[in-house]
Design a protein around this ligand. Structure first.
Ligand code: ATP
Ligand code: MG
Ligand code: MG
Length: 544
């Protein structure tokens, strides 16, 4: 298969299968339900599901729900939906919280074997005792607490008898270890918070480090793929798997995070865009969330293609937004219907059109894809063109309509300029033209040639809001801290355009091309009048 992903992780898995280390592959995608998925998660989803599929394996969707304060059922539901929308079906849906009993028992086991203890250092003291990269840490005064005593305290923590921050369970590894993550890392902390799934059952919650690898092992995950920031945690991941009687031995492999220019890929920072009102919500079409991209007009196919094209490596790099746009254009090229709309309507009257006559023009939805069918365009002597397609004082090589000029109305006729109507301010309100009856498209025997062909909106076109979206951030690599300085003030502008009736009537969610303009998706919010979101321009038009 030529489109089979080739990357170092696929190579590792191929070797593991060849060497019979594993008989089959099981990966997992492990989001924390503390926000909506974004384009970075799409990379992880495509990798986890893609590489498993490549080797005939399966993938779990695991909610890493160990931080109750920040997590919510709303996020769980959205994540579940977004993964499927992207085109992937998990073999099972799991929750780290399903393993709370087992994890608790394993922590007790570590304490009983003198491999963990209950500490009383506060957060700040713990930081001080931990040492630095160049200095070893020093042991907590409670490090040698008797196991029996730690077990009692741990049980009391669980029963809710102690305040948050008063006690913490730590592994007993090595306070002088060169890797700071190995200097007695935390296993359990007290949190008096309501959990989306376990409610108020628990007063203590495992840390990411204590939960993640053991969850992988409990699910018999073979390859646990995560981003590079966990590379330094791998020795700890392996330490737990070595110490505990886990049912399987998963392997952690790290790859680099996706970073995309002119946007952010951090749930926390995206949340602040929402809460501070810079966008209308998680699904604002400017957001790099799966929801936002979907509402903007991105297709699952285009996002999967993007993830395939960026590849999987250990090198940090930032991808240009234009690659994402290229993937969408190439997906829509031969499957989006194409019709007529004008963003900034200018009325045109054909002075020699026979009064009362109506011509129904049958026009294909896509000239190169006849299977897409056709629609009818009304041609009756009144129509609208885009103001940008007429210049009173045209620059050189201007091939659209101009005084004394001619242009072809696509699927219609050649029209010749006659005069213009202006209001008291000198603003052009209407053009008058004549049409050449011998030049009807498809039946033209006039021999006339004009250099410009433009789209137009018929007299029965539908007033529609066209939302033009641009980069959310002007900053190429925004930090998401000084939003006022980094945000693009022109990321949204709304045009009151005219859309031909058949195009205005497409179902919500359909993505169409407005010929010569851009690809647009019909928005959910179209009850009063059609609203279209610009998904992507026809060419890469971002001026840097
Ligand atoms: P965020 O900072 O956005 O909260 P996270 O890594 O904490 O990111 P998780 O919900 O834990 O978010 O992510 C689920 C999975 O997706 C993890 O395996 C994580 O490594 C991966 N992931 C998250 N962001 C990216 C990204 N930008 N590129 C690739 N993978 C990512
Ligand atoms: Mg995480
Ligand atoms: Mg996070």
């Amino acid at each position: 298969m030529s489109d089979t992903p080739q990357h170092f992780i696929a190579d590792i898995i191929a070797d593991d299968l060849a060497n019979q280390k594993h008989a089959s592959v099981l990966t997992r995608f492990p989001p924390e339900p503390n926000g909506y998925l974004h384009i970075g998660h799409a990379k992880s989803i495509c990798l986890n599901f893609g590489v498993a599929e490549q080797f005939g394996g399966r993938t779990n969707l695991r909610f890493d729900d160990t931080n109750p304060e920040k997590e919510d059922q709303e996020y769980i539901d959205a994540i579940r939906e977004d993964v499927r929308w992207l085109g992937f079906e998990p073999v099972s849906e799991c929750y780290a919280s399903d393993y709370f009993d087992q994890l608790y028992a394993w922590a007790q086991d570590l304490i009983a074997r003198d491999l963990a203890y209950v500490d009383e250092l506060g957060a700040e003291q713990m930081r001080q005792y931990r040492g630095t990269l160049t200095e070893p840490g020093k042991p907590s005064p409670w490090r040698d607490r008797a196991a029996e005593e730690s077990l009692v305290l741990f049980e009391e923590m669980k029963q809710g008898q102690h305040a948050e921050g008063s006690y913490i369970v730590r592994a007993k590894i090595d306070m002088a270890h060169p890797n700071i993550n190995m200097r007695d890392p935390a296993l359990y902390r007290i949190r008096r918070a309501h959990h989306a799934r376990t409610g108020n059952t628990w007063n203590i919650y495992p840390t990411y480090d204590f939960a993640h690898g053991q969850s992988d092992a409990l699910e018999s995950i073979t390859h646990s793929l995560c981003t590079l920031e966990f590379e330094d945690h791998r020795p700890l991941y392996e330490w737990f798997l070595a110490q505990l009687p886990v049912p399987s031995q998963p392997r952690q492999i790290e790859f680099s995070r996706l970073q995309l220019e002119n946007t952010l890929t951090s749930k926390r920072k995206l949340l602040s865009l929402v809460t501070e009102g810079h966008v209308s919500g998680w699904d604002d079409p400017r957001m790099p969330t799966i929801r936002g991209l979907r509402r903007r007009g991105y297709t699952p196919e285009s996002l999967r293609d993007f993830c395939q094209r960026i590849g999987v490596t250990k090198k940090a790099n930032t991808i240009e937004m234009s690659l994402l746009e290229t993937c969408l254009r190439s997906d829509l090229e031969n499957r989006a219907r194409r019709g007529f709309a004008v963003q900034d309507p200018l009325k045109v009257t054909i002075t020699n059109w026979p009064a009362g006559e109506v011509l129904d023009i049958d026009a294909p939805w896509h000239q190169r894809v006849p299977e897409l069918g056709s629609r009818t365009l009304r041609f009756d002597g009144t129509l609208y063109i885009d103001r940008a397609d007429f210049e009173e004082i045209p620059p050189p090589k201007y091939f659209r309509l101009k005084p004394e000029g001619s242009v072809r109305l696509k699927y219609g006729f050649i029209v010749d300029f006659e005069s213009m109507v202006k209001d008291a301010d000198g603003h052009i309100t209407e053009l008058k033209v004549t049409y050449d009856p011998a030049t009807r498209s498809g039946q033209d025997e006039s021999g006339r040639k004009v250099k410009g062909t433009i789209q137009w909106a018929p007299s029965d076109a539908v007033a529609s809001d066209l939302r033009l979206y641009d980069r959310l951030f002007t900053e190429t690599n925004p930090k998401g801290e000084d939003l006022a300085a980094e945000l693009n003030p022109d990321s949204l502008s709304i045009k009151h355009g005219l859309v031909e009736p058949a195009l205005a009537a497409v179902p919500v969610g359909e993505i169409v091309q407005f010929e010569r303009v851009a690809y647009f998706r019909k928005d959910e919010n179209s009850a009063e009048k059609p609203v279209f979101n610009r998904a992507v321009t026809l060419k890469d038009g971002w001026a840097k």
